[in-house]
Design a protein around this ligand. Structure first.
Ligand SMILES: N=c1c2ncn([C@@H]3O[C@H](COP(=O)(O)OP(=O)(O)OP(=O)(O)O)[C@@H](O)[C@H]3O)c2ncn1[C@@H]1O[C@H](COP(=O)(O)O)[C@@H](O)[C@H]1O
Length: 122
């Protein structure tokens, strides 16, 4: 079973927790966040991103690098709640990463700047 399958399975569980699908905020953490609305899960994404940074800085100072995995898992999980809310799936993110495959970030940035320059010259 691939890791993409496990993301898809989690996305299906998150989908089932939406208010429209009968998610119960009393019984499910995901349903509770979706019930509270975007401000609640977007705040969690901000917090979890900060925790990733803090875990990485701890690792830089001799701490356990394994904690970064826990924090990134929290960040991905809460980001998946946001994706579900906006009608998107992990497959959409994977497709975007695949679209970028092999295109250097530096090359992409240079292309973007050249295109902006051309638009400015129009
Ligand atoms: N992967 C996760 C997952 N990762 C993290 N969490 C929860 O996310 C919360 C993260 O919160 P924090 O670390 O900030 O701790 P906290 O102080 O409890 O957080 P808050 O009080 O601020 O919400 C914790 O309550 C974790 O238990 C998760 N909760 C659920 N899942 C998956 O989602 C599925 C559905 O969950 P329910 O909707 O709760 O049934 C589960 O079967 C899992 O597969």
């Amino acid at each position: 079973m691939s890791s993409v399958d496990s993301l898809a399975r989690l996305a299906d569980v998150i989908e089932s927790r939406k208010p429209a699908n009968g998610g119960d905020p009393g019984k499910s953490y995901v349903a509770r966040l979706l019930h509270k609305g975007p401000d609640a899960f977007l705040k969690k994404i901000g917090e979890e991103a900060t925790e990733v940074v803090m875990a990485a800085k701890d690792a830089d100072h001799g701490g356990d690098a394994g904690k970064i995995v826990n924090e990134v898992a929290d960040l991905w999980f809460h980001s998946m709640i946001a994706l579900a809310h906006y009608g998107l799936k992990p497959a959409d993110v994977i497709a975007e990463l695949e679209r970028r495959e092999g295109l250097s970030g530096l090359e992409e940035k240079a292309l973007r700047k050249a295109s902006a320059r051309e638009r400015g010259a129009e």
